[in-house]
Design a protein around this ligand. Structure first.
Ligand code: F6P
Length: 363
C-alpha cells in the first residue's frame, strides 16, 4: 500500500486544477494511463499471450509505412482507441498503426484534444523480451468540426502533454504537462501509478552515447565526427572515455537518458535518400523532445530544434539527436560548422581524402 504517496490521478488534479478548462486534460491522461496498464498486462504475458506471432505463422502484416506489423501492434492500438474514444475528451486520434486520422464515432461526444501515439514502440524487439513502450502526445483542437489531417500537423511546441509508458521489469509512466518531467511506477498489486521520480533532470554533460553504428557508412560527417571523437576517448579531443549503448527501442534508450544522462541519435543518413530520418515526428520525436527539454535536456534535428519543425505529413520522419544539453549543443555546432565548411581541422577516417583506410595514407 502507498498511503500518502502521490498517485498519478492526484498529481494530475493538483497540476491542472488551477488551469482553466484543464480538468479535461487530466481526465484524458488518466484514460491514456488506463490503456497503458492494459498494454502492460498484455505485453507481460509474453509468449503466453495472443500478441506474439508464432515464427511459423502466416504472412507478414505491414502498416501504411511498410513497417512489419505484429499482432501486438494491432492489439495495443485497439487498447488505446477503446480506452480513449468514449470519454468526450478527444476530437480525433492519429497512430503509427493507422494511415488516416481516427474520427471519434458519432455515438460519443467530441472533445477538444487530439491524441497522437505509437502504441508499441520498439515492437521489433517484442519476441526477444526487451523493454518496449507506448509514446503519446496531446494537442489542442479548437474547431467544432471533426478534425482533418491538417489539424494534426502542429509543431511540437504546441503539445499540451506528452509521455511514454515503458514496459520493462517495472512498468513506468513518464509524462509532462509542461511543468517538468515526472515518473510514476505501476504498483501491479494495487493497479495505481505512484510517483517515484518527481522532477527528472538530464545531467548536462555525459560520457554515454546511443546510435546504431551499423549505419556509420551512411552518416553525415558531423555525426561521424562526434562518434569518432567519443570512441577516441581519453586519447582524443574529448579527453575522457565514452561508453556506448543501443537497445534499438527508443523508449528504453530515452528512459536511460532521463535516468542517467547520455545522448541518443537517429540522425539523417543517406541509407534511403527518400527518408530524412527513421523516427516519426508527431508521435516519437515530438513527445520525447518535450519530455527531454522539460527535464533540462535538448533535442535537435542537428540543424533546428525538433519542437520547431512544422510537420507536413502525419507520418513524417525526422532526424533525432536528443539528451544531455551540452552534448546536443556540441553535435548541433558540428552540423553548423560542416554546413559552413568550417570543420577543416577535423580529419574523419571515413570522409577525409587522406583516410587511414586508404592504402596511400598507410604508406
Ligand atoms: O521507431 C522504431 C524503433 O524501433 C525505435 O524504437 C528504435 O530506436 C529504432 O526504431 C531502432 O532502429 P534500428 O533497428 O534501425 O536500430
Amino acid at each position: 500500500m502507498h498511503l500518502g504517496r502521490t498517485t498519478l490521478s492526484k498529481f494530475l488534479i493538483e497540476q491542472l486544477r488551477d488551469a482553466p478548462g484543464q480538468s479535461a486534460l487530466a481526465a484524458l491522461l488518466v484514460d491514456v494511463a488506463a490503456a497503458t496498464k492494459a498494454i502492460s498486462a498484455m505485453v507481460g504475458r509474453g509468449a503466453l499471450g495472443p500478441g506474439i506471432a508464432s515464427p511459423l505463422g502466416g504472412a507478414e502484416l505491414r502498416n501504411s509505412a511498410g513497417d512489419v506489423q505484429k499482432p501486438l501492434d494491432v492489439l495495443t492500438n485497439e487498447a488505446i482507441v477503446s480506452h480513449c474514444e468514449w470519454g468526450g475528451l478527444l476530437a480525433g486520434m492519429v497512430s503509427e498503426e493507422m494511415e488516416a486520422p481516427y474520427a471519434i464515432p458519432a455515438q460519443y461526444q467530441r472533445g477538444e484534444y487530439l491524441l497522437v501515439f505509437d502504441p508499441l514502440d520498439g515492437s521489433s524487439n517484442i519476441d526477444v523480451n526487451v523493454s518496449v513502450g507506448t509514446i503519446f502526445s496531446v494537442l489542442r483542437h479548437d474547431g467544432k468540426a471533426a478534425p482533418t489531417t491538417a489539424d494534426f500537423l502542429q509543431p511540437g511546441t504546441k503539445q499540451v502533454a506528452a509521455g511514454y509508458a515503458i514496459y520493462g521489469p517495472a512498468t513506468m509512466l513518464v509524462l509532462t504537462v509542461g511543468h517538468g518531467t515526472h515518473g510514476f511506477t505501476l504498483d501491479r498489486e494495487v493497479g495505481n501509478f505512484i510517483m517515484t521520480h518527481p522532477d527528472l533532470r538530464v545531467p548536462e554533460e555525459t560520457s554515454e552515447f546511443a546510435i546504431n553504428v551499423s549505419n556509420e557508412r551512411f552518416w553525415e560527417p558531423p555525426v561521424a565526427r562526434y562518434v569518432t571523437e567519443c570512441k577516441a576517448g581519453k586519447t582524443g579531443v574529448r579527453g575522457r572515455d565514452f561508453n556506448m549503448r543501443w537497445i534499438a527501442s527508443m523508449v528504453a534508450d530515452v528512459h536511460r537518458i532521463l535516468m542517467r544522462g547520455g545522448v541518443f541519435m537517429y540522425p539523417r543518413d543517406s541509407k534511403d535518400p527518400s527518408k530524412p530520418g527513421r523516427l516519426r515526428l508527431l508521435y516519437e520525436a515530438n513527445p520525447m523532445s518535450l519530455l527531454i527539454e522539460q527535464a533540462g535536456g535538448a533535442a535537435s534535428t542537428g540543424r533546428a530544434p525538433i519542437l520547431d519543425v512544422a510537420p507536413a505529413e502525419l507520418h513524417q520522419r525526422v532526424p533525432v539527436i536528443l539528451g544531455s544539453k551540452a552534448e546536443v549543443e556540441r553535435i548541433v555546432r558540428y552540423h553548423h560548422e560542416y554546413d559552413r565548411g568550417e570543420d577543416k581541422p577535423y580529419i574523419s577516417p571515413l570522409f577525409n581524402e587522406r583516410s587511414l583506410y586508404r592504402p596511400e595514407a598507410r604508406a
